[in-house]
Design a binder for this molecule. Structure first.
Ligand SMILES: *[C@@H]1O[C@H](CO)[C@@H](O)[C@H](O)[C@H]1NC(C)=O
Ligand SMILES: *[C@@H]1O[C@H](CO)[C@@H](O)[C@H](O)[C@H]1NC(C)=O
Ligand SMILES: *[C@@H]1O[C@H](CO)[C@@H](O)[C@H](O)[C@H]1NC(C)=O
Ligand SMILES: *[C@@H]1O[C@H](CO)[C@@H](O)[C@H](O)[C@H]1NC(C)=O
Ligand SMILES: *[C@@H]1O[C@H](CO)[C@@H](O)[C@H](O)[C@H]1NC(C)=O
Ligand SMILES: *[C@@H]1O[C@H](CO)[C@@H](O)[C@H](O)[C@H]1NC(C)=O
Length: 318
């Protein structure tokens, strides 16, 4: 083998560099590829040793059996040592062959190729805003859980249908009970135990991807032995002189707990809260209803047990 002067120059340079502790860069390794919503994805790599020299990293990819090689469209968005594939560079039904090449002055070194099928690397963020509430009727307490899908930076992608799982356990216990919820963002856990404290979490999944992490925990104490009051009944209303009128009702049975009775009425479509009631108003027809929404019109959401009567507008009491 005849050494060309040109070659020998490089061999000398290489020897020189090696003697300074400089060398080819180590082999980079693709550590993770991940999509939050199947419409974009990112890959991250771990650099190898830098060979003591400034090293540049380049990500190349090809798609399915195409020969064409592309370079990473965006090295910035997903942070250092990453490549972000925006919507225009993401095709869920394509296998990507991805390689990262490290280059320094002496030479280059490439990672093993990573084959990425976008649909299988989808892992959404956990659902957010989980809230718990109990509702009791006919002395059976049910637990309602509600949540929102994970927020996504690119709102155009936020039309996805997630599948959810909910899990709950008694506080302090190890074992979770996991329930497949389907695509709803709420779930009713029937017949929870009074007096018990529950812990609840939810998670979500998109198509064939991976489950998200579990959401943050929510705790709720199911109150003991509370039951809603019975429906109160308005017995009669009377207007002796057509200037004022009075209504009487039969109080609800209270099961040992204090009950507030609130009488609401509307007149010509406008709602009146207790403090607004002027009994000099005329023309009301009274019906009794059991309606837990009626107090909320006045006081916002109330967790207390509510019994109320509703008066609906229109005709003068007899
Ligand atoms: C590439 O990196 C690997 C592992 O870091 C190393 O063993 C190998 O020598 C490097 N290749 C070259 C051509 O230097
Ligand atoms: C994607 O491509 C469309 C049409 O070619 C273009 O209008 C849009 O700006 C591109 N979006 C991104 C994020 O590059
Ligand atoms: C993937 O890409 C690498 C680097 O371009 C190439 O060596 C390898 O043959 C490709 N694999 C397939 C299955 O095409
Ligand atoms: C690394 O990239 C910078 C900026 O593109 C370039 O100036 C430099 O020559 C590159 N270094 C190597 C070793 O390729
Ligand atoms: C979650 O709750 C916060 C605070 O109430 C609200 O700002 C945010 O919009 C909610 N997020 C979703 C996705 O509903
Ligand atoms: C009804 O009573 C209220 C408060 O006492 C008073 O302000 C209002 O003018 C009365 N309305 C009528 C129609 O008499």
């Amino acid at each position: 083998y005849y050494i060309q002067p040109f070659d020998s120059f490089f061999i000398l340079l290489l020897d020189f560099c090696t003697s300074l502790g400089h060398s080819y860069p180590g082999k980079p390794k693709i550590i993770r590829c991940h999509s939050l919503e199947k419409e974009t994805f990112s890959c991250w790599w771990k650099p190898g040793s830098d060979g003591g020299l400034p090293t540049n990293y380049t990500l190349f990819y090809s798609k399915d059996s195409e020969e064409k090689i592309y370079e990473c469209p965006d090295y910035e968005t997903s942070g250092p040592n990453s490549c972000y594939f925006d919507r225009n560079h993401t095709n869920a039904w394509t296998t990507y062959n991805i390689t990262v090449t490290a280059i320094n002055e002496i030479g280059s070194n490439s990672s093993d190729p990573q084959y990425v099928d976008v649909a299988s690397i989808v892992q959404p963020d956990a659902p957010v805003n989980l809230t718990l509430e109990t509702k009791t009727s006919a002395s059976i307490t049910n637990l309602w859980a509600k949540w929102s899908p994970p927020p996504i930076a690119d709102v155009r992608s936020n039309s996805h249908v997630y599948h959810y799982e909910l899990r709950l356990k008694t506080e302090g216990m190890e074992e979770w009970e996991t329930i497949s919820v389907g695509v709803q963002t709420q779930y009713k856990v029937i017949r929870v135990q009074p007096g018990v404290k529950y812990v609840v979490q939810v998670r979500c999944m998109l198509d064939l991807g991976k489950w998200s992490e579990w959401s943050s925990e929510r705790h709720i104490q199911i109150s003991r032995g509370q039951s809603p009051p019975e429906k109160p009944t308005i017995i009669k209303c009377r207007s002796p002189e057509k200037e004022t009128f009075t209504c009487w009702w039969k109080p609800a049975s209270n099961g040992g707990y204090p009950i507030t009775h609130t009488l609401l009425y509307s007149k010509e479509g406008t709602w009146f809260c207790p403090s607004d009631i002027f009994w000099n108003s005329t023309k009301v027809e009274i019906r009794s209803l059991y309606n837990t929404d009626c107090l909320e019109r006045c006081h916002g959401t109330s967790n207390s047990i509510i019994a109320c009567a509703l008066l609906l507008a229109t005709q003068p009491p007899k």
